[in-house]
Design a protein around this ligand. Structure first.
Ligand code: F6P
Length: 326
């Protein structure tokens, strides 16, 4: 096993609140172990272009509370080619980087796995995505902040929905995953939710909402996960308005507001624990895996599984959201 004297760290893919806290933990934990750290800017794009500089513990001061990522981020098409990865590896070699910590989602880990397989560079991944869809961790960095942002928005929409007796379809992020929608629906007391992980047809939704009208509910909140098979909140609203006359149907797409903001305590603590673990795991000889949290215990999951499998919402929580939305 080669001695690790310098670790490179980068953030990649969609940013998530808590990435800065993770970066801080990596830099300071490495310093504690007398290992140097280089920050790689703009994810794999900056790796290819050699945008790399030293990071000291002072460089990561005053960032634990900040959303976004001070290292910036990008989605890189060039890194998807073997040629791009070779250039990136040469850049890392030139800067004497012996190992990497990759903070991001499944695309980030797929790239990290290739870097390890093709060039033997040890990499540990940290789950940084608001979507919470990575297998091998109960929670990913940024998810808690994103749902709190969504809940805050739904609470506000609730006030106006109540005042006007309206039905609101509120679209939340999550690409192919319903975690944000499910947790937002439970915590905001929504009438219904539409998520990719639960089969649901349009007629069921109409009947369900008709039921709430029959039960004299004066307004409705439906949380719609983007990427659900029934269509966007806009499309659904148009179709619903044709069928449901009792409510005026309105749409709010919360969008990228969910990606920003100061991380919650839960995200800061998760990011700090996992950032520290990434350094310890690399120094202990682990690599090609993601550090996550399972039942409040840190666990390493091979990249192959973290990418190949999907984190799925607990069916009991789906049932709970349905029962309580009555
Ligand atoms: O993966 C995080 C995420 O915010 C998804 O929920 C969303 O579908 C996507 O990123 C949006 O990506 P972009 O910011 O590139 O439009």
């Amino acid at each position: 096993m080669r001695e690790i004297k310098r670790i490179g760290v980068f953030t990649s893919g969609g940013d998530a609140p808590g990435m800065n806290a993770a970066l801080r933990a990596v830099v300071r934990s490495a310093c504690h172990r007398k290992v140097l750290v280089s920050g790689i800017y703009r994810g794999y794009e900056g790796m290819i272009d050699g945008e790399i500089s030293d990071l000291s513990p002072r460089d990561v001061g005053n960032i634990i509370h900040r959303g976004g990522t001070i290292l910036k981020t990008a989605r890189s098409a060039r890194f998807m080619t073997a040629e791009g990865r070779k250039i990136a590896f040469e850049q890392l070699k030139q800067k004497h980087i012996d190992a990497l910590v990759a903070i991001g989602g499944d695309g980030t880990f797929a790239g990290a796995q290739l870097l390890y397989q093709e060039h033997g560079l040890p990499v540990i991944g940290l789950p940084g995505t608001i979507d919470n869809d990575l297998y091998g961790t109960n929670y990913s960095i940024g998810f808690d902040t994103a749902i709190n942002t969504a809940i805050d928005a739904v609470d506000k929409i609730r006030d106006t929905a109540d005042a006007h007796n309206r039905l609101f379809l509120i679209e939340v992020m999550g690409r192919h995953s319903g975690f944000i929608a499910l947790h937002t629906a439970i915590a905001s007391g929504a009438s219904a939710m539409i998520i990719p992980e639960r089969e649901l047809d349009f007629e069921w939704l109409v009947a369900d909402l008709q039921g709430t009208i029959d039960r004299k509910k004066l307004f409705g909140l439906v949380i719609v996960a983007e990427g659900n098979p029934l269509g966007s909140a806009e499309d659904l609203a148009r179709r619903l308005q044709d069928r449901i006359r009792e409510y005026e149907v309105k749409v709010t797409v919360i969008g990228h507001i969910q990606r920003g903001g100061s991380p919650t305590a839960a995200d800061r603590i998760l990011a700090s624990r996992l950032g520290h673990e990434a350094v310890e795991a690399l120094l202990a000889g682990s690599c090609d895996c993601m550090a996550g949290l399972l039942s409040d215990t840190i666990a390493l999951t091979p990249f192959g599984q973290a990418i190949g499998k999907r984190n799925l919402p607990d069916p009991e929580l789906i049932e709970l959201a349905t029962i309580l939305g009555l």
